[in-house]
Design a protein around this ligand. Structure first.
Ligand SMILES: *[C@@H]1O[C@H](CO)[C@@H](O)[C@H](O)[C@H]1NC(C)=O
Ligand SMILES: *[C@@H]1O[C@H](CO)[C@@H](O)[C@H](O)[C@H]1NC(C)=O
Ligand SMILES: *[C@@H]1O[C@H](CO)[C@@H](O)[C@H](O)[C@H]1NC(C)=O
Ligand SMILES: *[C@@H]1O[C@H](CO)[C@@H](O)[C@H](O)[C@H]1NC(C)=O
Length: 371
């Protein structure tokens, strides 16, 4: 073969191979959840800053085991994909099912029987297609014991088989993506996730590496989403390490970033570091202020507020009188996105886009990722 023929042969080979490389595998996730009850319209999302948007939440009907969308959410959810694609035609959307407010035991009961799993799976695929989502995300917090974890694994395997078979029976739309929001570590309350089933079935997991400390469950101030936590097991890095050690590929792991903080009332205004004594939650949004609210607090109390970035832990915090808030500001977000790249993870996601302030954190994450 002369060089010109070789060149033509190579380019035609590329043409043949390219669709196989570009379809299927997701190469990066810059994701964010949109929550219907956040007061932030889907049309306000600056979608060029993201590759994936997760629309929260669809519900599990415990009586039928079907996935449903509440009547007030039907119109906004149906319009979601088209709306966010106006600013970013290539963005992918996923319908997220469940959420922190849903009943874990309803999911356990659905996952325990083959017939109810089938209702769940079939209805989820129908909803995703009829509402024009590109995928489905399961946010079950959390399968509580090893029996339920095993059923969770069975559910994922059957869901994967159904998604593959739906695709092969009608290849006119890309295959649905399948993800789950999971605990920060591969072990929850001493119970292990079915890592092999997750590896076989899911495109990736969304690791909720936040809520480590909060006024409801910590009597001292703490870094709510510490990346590192010297002398303590609870941190994003320890959780990611546990997932990797359990055998999950880094390319299936997406690190969660909080666009909100946790706010305490200090016991003593002069003792204002990490792990300082408190008397409970500060009155800001029940102790869980969004980033926008934190920025407003800082501007309203600028004379008395001190902000601190602790680069060992990778957390921001502030104090003002007896108010203490731990949160992720731009430096924490940047460091975490660098961590994601260094570890070779698939990407990051945040909860939730409506809590950002002028796209500051979303932009920081996007820019920290780089080209
Ligand atoms: C399930 O059935 C019970 C008993 O019939 C009923 O009270 C409840 O509203 C139903 N739940 C849903 C989500 O439809
Ligand atoms: C596991 O959790 C399920 C759902 O909450 C419960 O019904 C079941 O009894 C539990 N099993 C064990 C062995 O604790
Ligand atoms: C195949 O999928 C397309 C797009 O989702 C849909 O419009 C069409 O009705 C489907 N065809 C069948 C036979 O299900
Ligand atoms: C950051 O926090 C850690 C853990 O509390 C502490 O040991 C360290 O001194 C802090 N770093 C700075 C610069 O304050």
């Amino acid at each position: 073969m002369d060089s010109k023929a070789l060149l033509i042969w190579c380019s035609s080979l590329l043409l043949v191979l390219q669709p196989h490389f570009t379809s299927g595998q997701t190469s990066v996730v810059k994701g964010v959840y949109w929550f219907y009850d956040s007061g932030f319209a889907a049309s306000s999302i600056n979608s060029p800053l993201f590759t994936h948007l997760l629309c929260a939440f669809a519900d599990l009907d415990p009586n039928t085991s079907q996935v449903t969308i509440s009547s007030s959410n039907q119109a906004p959810f149906r319009a979601f994909t088209e709306t966010v694609q106006l600013k970013n035609p290539s963005i992918k959307t996923l319908l997220s099912i469940g959420g922190g407010g849903s009943s874990s035991s309803d999911f356990a009961s659905m996952a325990s029987q083959s017939s109810s799993r089938k209702s769940f799976i079939d209805s989820s695929i129908n909803l995703a297609r009829s509402y024009n989502f590109h995928g489905l995300d399961l946010d079950w917090e959390f399968p509580p014991n090893s029996t339920v974890m095993a059923n969770f694994g069975t559910l994922l395997n059957e869901w994967r088989a159904a998604v593959d078979s739906e695709y092969s029976s009608n290849t006119s739309s890309p295959k649905l993506l399948l993800t789950a929001a999971v605990y920060y570590s591969s072990i929850h309350d001493g119970v292990s996730y079915p890592v092999q089933d997750i590896a076989n079935s899911l495109d990736w997991i969304n690791v909720m590496a936040y809520d480590f400390y909060g006024p409801g469950w910590s009597e001292v101030t703490g870094p709510p989403a510490a990346l590192y936590n010297p002398g303590n097991q609870v941190s994003g890095d320890s959780g990611i390490t546990a997932w990797l050690q359990a055998g999950l590929s880094a390319k299936k792991i997406v690190l969660g970033l909080p666009f909100y903080g946790r706010a305490w009332r200090l016991a003593d205004a002069n003792n204002h570091g990490l792990f300082a004594a408190t008397t409970g939650a500060a009155e800001l949004n029940d102790g869980a202020p969004g980033y926008r609210q934190i920025r407003e607090f800082i501007s309203e109390n600028s004379a008395t507020t001190t902000t601190v970035y602790n680069e060992t832990v990778v957390t921001d915090y502030l104090y003002s009188g007896t108010t203490w808030i731990g949160y992720d500001d731009t430096q924490s977000i940047s460091s975490k996105v660098s961590y994601v790249k260094t570890k070779g993870l698939l990407g990051y996601f945040a909860w939730q886009v409506g809590a950002d302030f002028n796209d500051i954190l979303s932009t920081q994450a996007f820019e920290a990722w780089g080209a």
